[in-house]
Design a protein around this ligand. Sequence first.
Ligand code: CA
Length: 221
Amino acid sequence: MKILLIEDDQVLADGLTQTLSNSGYSVTGVTHGAYAEHLLKAQGFDLIILDLGLPDMDGLQLLRSLRSQKLLLPIMILTARDDINDRIEGISQGADDYMTKPFELRELEARLHALVRRCYGGFTDIVEIGNLQLDTSNKQILAKGELLNLSARESAVLEVLMLQKGRVISKDKIAQHLSLHGDALADNAIEVYIHRIRKCIQPYEVSIRTFRGLGYLLEDK
Ligand code: CA
């Protein structure tokens, strides 16, 4: 499995290369987006790890460019931007997964393994959990093939939870995502949305767990 690592932080790049080489990946490291594009034309890779803050270009720009060239390799984004909008943007631009710095190398490794497993069964824009499917290309959420009966805001909340499946998402993060939609939120608005979403998704083998003081986790039942 050949990985192209596009990361200008040398310490992180060295650590990643070491860890991934130890688990059997062959890693080629580059620091600039332009050189990465050049290499991708010249050699075959199986997977890309892409830092969003590169010296010569924005990683999202590179991501768009690669996807517009129909390069369907799995791409894992690394970002120091602790901003859910960047992550959602990354996923909607065609990234398959992301890690926010700082992260544990072990976690990155586990997620890479999962990504490889997932992607080498076929490339997809669909995020699935239980019987729910989020199509990241148009943000529609289907349950057993039918559109879920949710308001735009409820749907946006569920979208965040699905994109971050397996992780606890704080109310602040959800509120940040919703603020994209305009109006200010009432104090208990998110609880109300979560309550409605819970009712709506109940038949579909998923549930939302509340972690008091921390946030919400969407999980398979
Ligand atoms: Ca960087």
